[in-house]
Ligand binder design. Structure first.
Ligand SMILES: Cc1cc2nc3c(=O)[nH]c(=O)nc-3n(C[C@H](O)[C@H](O)[C@H](O)COP(=O)(O)OP(=O)(O)OC[C@H]3O[C@@H](n4cnc5c(N)ncnc54)[C@H](O)[C@@H]3O)c2cc1C
Ligand code: FES
Length: 247
């Protein structure tokens, strides 16, 4: 197992298309890491950007094409190389004492949650995975969570999908599904990753019901080692103190 302190070339061994702007890349590299940690992916003479680890062995990344770097990564083929640094940051702290957990993902925030779900299931937790997006076309990893639910037998993992336009799953936001579960005392801990608006809303629900909540915060990252200050958020340096923070 490894940690890459300098950009290290890894070859792409598999690419899967997840939706109209998202692909999952499997690389011939292994890292010692935990769910919620991230790597910096570099294309020489172009740019370097942070991505959550979908898995560390083999390194797997879910990349949504939103700008120049991610669009260029989407042009890569099996056999091409991507350079990696990491892993970085603090991941999710998932104590075995949490028996009924909610994993809440919005947009490409779903990326680290599949691995976390596997860990939680292995610890005997009951997992409610709530995945939200604007539309059905934007939903990510529904089939992967469904396969994990099937593999773990009846009732270990409940999958709930939400879309803001009602085109798939429940009509509304992830908080619309989570709130009644919290109010009914059916959730012991929340783990979340997604847009800041979603995380602020979750934090309010968590505080109101005194439910422990950890969330992965996005920030612009450059150095990823606590030097440049690009990722400062509320007095914290998210590449080192985060990206996962207790809310
Ligand atoms: C810890 C961490 C984990 C991440 N994991 C993933 C992942 O698993 N999959 C994935 O697809 N992306 C992930 N991202 C986001 C990804 O790094 C950015 O989308 C990246 O900037 C894309 O680069 P680009 O050159 O393609 O687009 P850019 O030109 O950098 O960005 C495109 C658009 O997105 C906006 N944007 C970019 N980054 C941020 C940000 N941090 N906060 C708010 N707005 C932003 C920009 O303003 C711009 O409008 C993660 C980011 C962090 C910090
Ligand atoms: S990215 Fe440079 S301090 Fe965090």
């Amino acid at each position: 197992m490894n940690c890459f302190t300098l950009p290290t070339a890894a070859r792409i061994t598999g690419i899967e298309t997840d939706n109209y702007r998202t692909k999952t890349f499997v690389l011939d590299a292994q890292l010692e890491a935990a769910p919620g940690q991230f790597i910096m992916a570099w294309l020489p003479r172009f740019d370097e950007k942070p991505f959550s680890l979908v898995s560390a062995d083999p390194v797997t990344l879910m990349i949504t094409a939103v700008g120049p770097f991610t669009r260029l990564v989407h042009e890569l083929q099996v056999g091409d190389r991507l350079w990696l640094r990491g892993p970085f940051g603090r991941g999710f702290d998932a104590p075995a004492t949490s028996r009924r957990v909610a994993l809440v993902g919005g947009g490409y925030g779903v990326a680290p949650l599949l691995w976390l779900a596997r860990r939680q299931l292995a610890q005997g937790a009951h997992v409610t995975a709530i995945i939200g997006a604007r539309t059905e076309a934007d939903l990510l990893y529904g089939p992967r969570f469904a396969a994990l639910a099937d593999a773990n037998g009846a009732g270990a993992l409940s999958l709930r999908l939400t879309t803001e336009d009602g085109s798939a799953g429940a009509h509304g936001r992830v908080t619309d599904v989570l709130a009644p579960l919290l109010d009914a005392g059916q959730i012991d801990a929340i783990y979340a990753c997604g847009p800041h608006g979603m995380l602020h809303a979750l934090a309010q629900f968590a505080r109101r019901t005194s439910t422990p909540c950890q969330a992965s915060w996005e920030a612009y990252m450059r150095c990823a080692i606590g030097i440049c200050g690009a990722c400062e958020h509320d007095g914290k340096v998210l590449c080192m103190d985060g990206p996962v923070l207790a809310l």
